[in-house]
Design a protein around this ligand. Structure first.
Ligand SMILES: *Cc1c(COP(=O)(O)O)cnc(C)c1O
Length: 447
């Protein structure tokens, strides 16, 4: 019968997680397709059709659930049965196989340290989850998948590390020459095997523009099955909400925290806001930015006006046209007033970043990296205006990734952690390239 057939389909559909394009000119897809394609064909970003609510049992029993189980339960509705449960459990456990400690700095500010993964920055979680999902989906496939990714510093290392030796997948990383730190450069140029690093004579926005154009190029798409590993990919973006859940698991107060997130492409903070939408108790979000201040200006009342990125000491946030901001607007159904209730944004200049690293080190004995320092300063200012509140800053990278900045600020050498030392014995390998799409296209078609 026609009518009931329709009802059944309709009913079933409401239980199936689909992802629609934020530009709404492409068909909705499932998790697998969204992971394989990266960006929607209409150049929009995939967004979950329905934000699942964390069940109340999960929230009330929050502190007694192990982090693996918690992470599995949070990711499950998004993956929607497209990866078998035991497999997803393994993937999640491998993804978060390190610590996420919440460390006090003052009596009102805590640091959630997200740098205990293999490449010492928070991007390890997204990169590891995505590489394992993509590896699973592409198993047995004849055609190799080529992950094309632009990095301002940390993405490249995390993606290289996450995808190293994953069968059926090769990774090509574009990074801006002279604009990444020595540890970052080693992390993305020493993997070899299925990982290739292209050193682009330009800035991060140039790299990102080259990658975006490659995804739309007919010739390239005939030769390659291309996908992105930037935070536009749902499999990289979605697991970042776990940080916020781990923070709340360790939070010792009844009052919800203010959470400050050093932001560039706005993937991380947007994932946090997704968790909040699902029921996580967060008082307020702060998008802490460096001199690249498109979002701070927008939230203060200006038009949304992307600009060319300017280079700063917190280079992983040197983004002039943040990709994920459209997802935040989508989460708030384009309602700027509602958005402003829940999120503030502040731009912190390099001089203040240095002063903050110095001050927090001298006063509290805590060594921040430049990204964390931007987050700290924005949080400190916010708390000063809101005396009853307490907050958490997401410390997104280990200070050893930015030793020159830390030394400039504090006079201290950052001791190199044991797990980083082997990097310095490896031989870096990269291919130089002009900052033009034509150069990338020519190289890809002739290799
Ligand atoms: C990538 C990165 C950021 C910015 O994160 P987005 O999700 O792009 O906003 C901040 N800090 C560090 C150390 C990073 O690597």
């Amino acid at each position: 019968m026609r009518a009931s057939g329709w009802n059944l389909a309709h009913c079933f559909r409401s239980f199936t997680m689909q992802y629609y394009s934020t530009l709404k000119k492409a068909e909705p897809v499932n998790f697998k397709q969204a992971t394989i394609t990266g960006q929607a064909p209409d150049k929009g970003l995939y967004f979950p059709e329905k934000v699942p609510m964390f069940d109340s049992k999960l929230l009330s029993d929050w502190k007694n659930i192990g982090k693996n189980e918690l992470a599995f339960r949070i990711m499950k509705p998004y993956v929607n049965g497209e990866i078998p449960e035991e497999m997803l459990q393994d993937i999640v456990a491998e993804t978060i196989d390190f610590d996420f400690p919440l460390v006090p700095i003052t009596d009102r500010i805590w640091s959630l340290e997200l740098f205990h993964g293999p490449t010492l920055a928070f991007k390890d979680v997204g990169a590891r989850f995505m590489s394992r999902c993509l590896g699973y989906f592409n198993k047995g496939n004849q055609k190799k998948v080529t992950v094309l990714v632009a990095t301002s510093g940390d993405t490249g290392g995390a993606v290289a590390n996450g995808f190293e030796n994953v069968e059926g997948i090769e990774v090509i990383i574009l990074y801006p020459e002279g604009k990444v730190s020595p540890v970052q450069e080693l992390q993305l140029t020493t993997c070899g095997n299925n990982i290739t690093a292209l050193k682009v004579n330009g800035n991060f926005d140039d790299c990102q523009a080259m990658v975006k154009q490659a995804f739309m190029d007919k010739d390239l798409n005939e030769h390659y099955q291309l996908t992105s590993a930037n935070s536009i990919n749902v499999a990289r973006w979605l697991p970042q909400q776990l940080y916020y859940c781990f923070a709340l698991q360790q939070w010792g107060f009844d009052e919800a925290p203010v959470i400050s997130v050093p932001s560039g492409n706005f993937g991380n903070i947007c994932a946090g806001m997704l968790a909040w939408k699902s029921g996580l108790k967060v008082d307020h979000f702060i998008a802490a930015c460096n001199a690249n201040d498109v979002v701070p200006r927008f939230l203060l009342g200006d038009d949304y006006e992307p600009r060319k990125a300017v280079a700063t000491l917190s280079n992983a946030m040197d983004v002039g046209d943040p990709s994920n901001f459209v997802r935040i607007m989508e989460l708030f159904v384009q309602d700027k007033n509602a958005l402003q209730q829940m999120i503030s944004s502040q731009s912190v200049c390099d001089e203040t970043t240095l002063a903050t690293i110095k001050q927090v080190f001298q006063r509290n004995g805590y060594l921040l990296d430049p990204h964390g320092a931007v987050g700290y300063k924005a949080l400190e200012d916010y708390l000063q205006m809101h005396p009853g509140k307490k907050g958490i800053l997401l410390e997104t990278a280990h200070p050893v990734k930015f030793p020159d900045v830390v030394k400039q600020a504090t006079g201290q050498e950052v001791p190199i952690p044991e797990n980083v030392k082997p990097l310095f014995e490896k031989t870096p390998k990269s291919i130089g390239m002009d900052a033009s799409f034509e150069a990338l296209q020519k190289w890809l078609l002739n290799r």
